[in-house]
Structure formats: C-alpha cells, structure tokens
Ligand binder design. Sequence first.
Ligand SMILES: [Zn+2]
Length: 527
Amino acid sequence: MEKAIYLKELNEKLNELYYQSNIAAWNLSTTGKDEYAVQAEHADLEMRLFLADKQRFDTVNSMLAGRDLEEFERRQLTLIHDMMVENQLDKETLQQLVSKQIALQGITTKFRGTIDGKEVNNKQIEEILRSSTEDDLRKKAWLASKQVGIVLEPGLMELIKLRNESAVKLGYANYYEMSIQLQEFDGEWLKQTLESYRDQTDTLFRRVKDSIDQAVGKRLGVDPSRLMPWHMSDMFFQEAPRTSDIDLSVYFEGKGDHIVEELATKTYDAIGLDIRDIIARSDLYERTGKDQHAFCLHLDNKGDVRVLANLRPNETEMETLLHEMGHACYDKYTDMSLPEVLRQPAHIFTTEAVAMFFGRMARDPKWYKQMVGIDDANLQRLEGDLPVAIRNQMLVATRWITHFALFERELYRTEKSDSRLWYQGVQSIQYLNAPEERFEKPDWAAKYHFAMAPVYYHNYLLGEMLASQLDHTLRTKADGKVLTPEGGRWFVDNVFTPGAKYSWNTMIEHATSEKLNPSYLVQQFNY
Ligand SMILES: [Zn+2]
C-alpha cells in the first residue's frame, strides 16, 4: 500500500513539474518573450533537481529491486528511473554540460558563413543550392555552409569528452551507450539494424542515385559521374533533388487561407479522429516573435494537446500539419486513466512513426483523389510522378540518417574528430563523390544535431521503419483502404490507448503481430 501511495505521489509531482515546464515552453515559443525564457529555464532546473535527488533515486532503485512489483508498477518505476539516471551527477558537472551546450548553440545561432567575403545566412545558402545553375556559386555556397564546423569543432569535442566522462562516472562505457540504453535500445542491435538497412538498400539506392545524377547532371550541365556534394539541392544531401516538374502547389495556393487546416480536419474526419479541439487550442499561423519550427505538445498530460505551426498554403505545410496532428492524436487518444508517467507514447520513435505515417499522405496520389478531389487526368499525372518522388526522398533521407547515426556512434567510441571517416560514409553510404580537399576539415561538425540533439538521429530511421510496418498492417487488415473509420479505430485501440504501458517492441508486437521489422520499409519503396 505504501508503495502504491509513493508511486502515485511521484507521478503527480513529476506531472506538475512537467506541466510548469510545458506552459513556459509554449508561452516562449508563441511569443519569444524573455520573461518566458527565464520561466522555462527555471522550470527545467526544478525538474532536473527533482530527478537528481539522491534519496529519491535510491528509493526508486530499491523499489525496482523488490520482487513484489506488479507489471505496470515496474514499468512506471523503470521509466522514472531512466529519467533520473542522467541527472545523478554533481552540480558542477551538470552545469558544465548545460553551459557548454548553450555556448555551442550561441555560436550556431550567430554564425554566418561567407561567399566572397560577404555574409550569407542558411536560407540564402539553401536557396542557391536549390535553384542556382552556376557551378562556382554552388560550390562557394556549400563551402560557406561548412565554415561553422571549424568554429564549433573544438568546443564540440570538449563537450563530447565531458559527456563521455559523466557517462563513465554513472557506470556506462560512454555517453552514446548510456543514451542508447536509457532509450531502451541494445547498442549492438541498433548498430546491426543500421548496417543491415544500409546493406539491404544498396542496390536500390544505387539505382535511385543514378537516376538523380542523370537529372541533376542534365539540369546543371555537369557530367553525372563528376557531380560533387554541392550539386545536390541541400547542404548534406538529406533531400532528393527534384527529378520531375510536377507542381503540387496548385492544390493549395489560392484555395483560401485555411486550406491546409481544412484538409487536415477532413483527413482525420475520414478515419474518425476529431482534431477540432486540438486545432482550437493550437497556434497555427505565422506571427513575428513566434518559433519557426512546428511541434506538438501535450501540455498538462490530461488532454490539453496543442500544435504550433506556421502554415502556408503549400504541400510542405500540408505534410507538416498532417505529421503534427499524428503526434497530437496519439496524445489525445491515450488512455487518460493510466498513471501519468504511462500517459505518453511507448517511445519517441513510435510517436514519430505515427506522425510520419500521416505526413506521408501529402505525397500520396490517393489522398489527393479522396481529400482534394482531383480529376482522373490529374490523378494519372500524380500516379506517374509522386511515387518516384517519395521513393527518392525516402531513400536519400534514410541513407543520410544511417550515415549520421553510424558516424555518431564512432565519435563517442573514439572521441576523435575523424573527418576522413565522415567522408568515407559520404562515399560509401550516400554514394556521393567526396572532395579530397575537405578530408582534413571538420565538415561533419557543421551539422547542428551533434551538439544540440545528441544520440537522437537513429530514432528518425526507426520511425520510418515502423511507419512502413504500420502501413503494411493496416493495408492487410483494411483491404488497402487506410483512410476509413476502421483505420482510425485500429490506431486508437492498438497504438494510442496503451500509451507507455508496454515497452516499445511489446506494443509493436501487440499491434502488428510481430516485433519491429525493418524489411517493410525496404519493401514499401523497392520499385
Ligand atoms: Zn515529429
């Protein structure tokens, strides 16, 4: 009985701290006001101190060691334990970890690369890589995007060493291994999953990359075999350059200011999920001072789910809203009678998978037929071009993620800034020609996530894998008709309602009759 009361109080207290932190984060993101930045920092610190409390950590550990725990008590304690581990460090180390990361964030925010001595921001660089046909300018823009790497690298390597030191103090081999384990993964399993995905997509990606090279070479007037990273349409070859001239904006532009919101409501209506209450609480349109990145927040963990977005009438924003509403429905339809800590998705990558599943619809010809109501001639055009576009994008993005994640693992294992290893991955995983003159330059460090979102990237790949597995399960169960009330019901009963009651692979097994199976992602786009 005492145990049950302790657990209940622990849940309530954590939820209160989580709520305070969310309110501050929401207010900060919607206004950009300094007072909320102060509140957000304060709320984060409160949460951290609560999780750092040694006596509380000991109590949780001794409860976990006890034999008389019920299944869901153990699950709650495990989740709370995993949140506590990282905070079991002395105050000085914790502060150093935070301040070093903030310092790197500061550099990233302020730094501007230069082209011929003139400062350029990332938007300008992206614009050049997307549309310029001037070879020289493209290369200069690409090089400008890498300049921040040289500035960031020393501090980043220091931070990586400090992260490793603190993980060793906590009894782990290094920071990467600690983070992976606290995310309920086995390090060896994850490495094999990444490598096996790379191997299974080699032939297909070779074909996709060849077709991209042909199209890009033709557009830029460069021999396809001589294409360099700056000929692709973004800084790290995360996106597939356009190979078709199909223009989806005609279905959004000039259709009213709220077209994206209306189509999202209609889509979720079709599967019997009501997002009107979520929309009513959300902040969906551009305003000065507002955060430019879209996200979903379950504010109080009691049903107050909101989305922040900056909608414009185009297909990119359509994908964004369908994606964020996927997260939102997961949160909204979780069983609210569960203890607070179980009232969340089974894993960050399972909610990512649901969001990706819905986001993908913005490039599905059938969605345009059913939701936008296009005629047969246009449907035929989309059916000719969109599957190729989405396949190219999926392959380019997932090969990039694989490269990033495998490199990051080595980074923490060796504590070496190995630029050659980075470019080996660029060649052998992304199939790009690598510029020899950059083999000694820390170009990898220019990617924001190494400093700001460490050991997170693999979740994007696992999310895509699960999105394809969910897609496969639904198609088999619903005769290929995914956008039906039965489809929505299936999500609610099998994925959303259980929340975090089960560990991620158990939830997946309950829902799809097998554990996470990466081959569905390979199969879905193997054409
Ligand atoms: Zn997401």
